[in-house]
Ligand binder design. Structure first.
Ligand SMILES: [Zn+2]
Length: 374
């Protein structure tokens, strides 16, 4: 008989030391169950010794993050797909926090800064790896990976985002116009691919393989196309310097790149890579490198830097206003520090002939790129 999640025979002598209530998520009734925490899964058995189900630890979510003082925990089935488990036993909560660090307060706070991703992999280790972001050696390794492989990873990352891609045709045409103008300015043999995703965050990020993602929030709040050009040029700077690739090497390791070279990669590793590139908080040095490229690209493209200067200026104002909590959510501030210094640099980089990044009609089309067809 096929059995998907019941590796234990009914009545098998499995020691399930904890007790909790299991709810199927469809009815209000819950039933008493026995639970064990395995090396990589939670084993839940019927109180009557019936068949056990296993939930992979890495895919679990909890109602609230586990903190030191937690006395009970509500655990959601992988994918938050209905069933839940409630355990009111501090010893279980502690053991679960140790076995699945991504459920702890520290990990969840860190992750909350980017609600974009439906990430189901073990976040704790990645968080630690990215926190000690040291680009230089990782970048050396990343530079050995062929462009096609990096681009495949970048596109997979974009595909794994929970936000939908924006594809209104007129908007896509405008986006390509801007993308091509900036790509030509970036230098020979550049192949940037820019996509817009329907997410309200004022943000953009670079994924491996010269893949750039712009969030709708950035377009919504921009006062003109030059601002968007400035943001994209900056992200292209990260791409040129292989910052996203280096982040993946540091955060996920060579194993993932090896897998990609061989052609296969699991959803989990892609999700891990996605987590790294969307949450990467680059060093000041990396940001300066990206800024330098960004301003150069704008100059080559004949686009004014006053757009990006205005953008920084507005961000700086909101930086002064917003609480630390809100600031974390406003990613551009979080991952793009030192706005004041950068504002000065961008303001000083004028003095060449410019034309608007897009015509008024193209800009109107880009602003509508996420609008659904009537
Ligand atoms: Zn940056």
């Amino acid at each position: 008989m096929p059995s998907t999640s019941t590796p234990f025979e009914a009545g098998a002598p499995v020691h399930l030391p904890f007790e909790g209530r299991y709810s199927d998520g469809r009815t209000a009734v819950s039933r008493r169950v026995r639970i064990a925490i395995g090396a990589d899964s939670l084993v839940i058995g019927g109180d009557d010794g019936g068949p056990a189900v296993t939930w992979p630890l890495a895919a679990l979510a909890t109602g609230e993050p586990i903190v030191t003082r937690s006395v009970d925990v509500l655990v959601h089935a992988p994918g938050r797909s209905g069933p839940t488990l409630f355990v009111a036993d501090p010893a279980f909560v502690r053991a679960l926090g140790t076995a699945a660090p991504h459920l702890t307060g520290a990990a969840v706070r860190w992750r909350a800064a980017r609600p974009l991703l439906a990430v189901t992999t073990s976040v704790g280790l990645l968080a630690a790896a990215v926190a000690v972001f040291d680009l230089a050696p990782a970048r050396g390794i990343a530079s050995l990976v062929p462009y096609e492989t990096r681009a495949r990873l970048g596109r997979s990352v974009v595909g794994s985002l929970s936000a939908e891609a924006c594809t209104r045709p007129e908007g896509v045409v405008a986006l390509r116009t801007l993308q091509d103008r900036l790509t030509r300015a970036a230098g020979p043999n550049r192949r940037f691919e820019v996509s817009v995703v329907d997410h309200p965050m004022v943000n953009a990020f670079a994924a491996p393989g010269e893949v750039i993602v712009l969030m709708r929030g950035a377009i919504d709040q921009a006062k003109g196309p030059d601002e968007i050009a400035g943001i994209l040029a900056h992200e292209m700077g990260h791409g040129i310097e292989l910052h996203p690739e280096a982040g993946v090497v540091r955060g996920v390791g060579l194993a993932l790149l090896g897998e990609l070279v061989l052609g296969g990669s699991s959803g989990g590793t892609i999700a891990s890579a996605a987590l790294v590139v969307t949450t990467a908080s680059y060093s000041r040095e990396a940001e300066r490198e990206a800024d330098t490229h960004g301003l150069r690209i704008l100059r080559e493209a004949g686009i004014s830097t006053s757009g990006i200067a205005q953008f920084f200026e507005r961000m700086l104002k909101s930086e002064e206003r917003t609480s630390a909590q809100n600031r974390r959510m406003l990613d551009v501030l979080r991952s793009h520090p030192q706005s004041a210094e950068r504002l000065a640099v961008a303001r000083a980089s004028t003095g060449y002939p410019t034309t608007p990044a897009l015509t008024p009609a193209e800009w109107a089309a880009l602003r509508d790129i996420c609008r659904k067809p009537e």
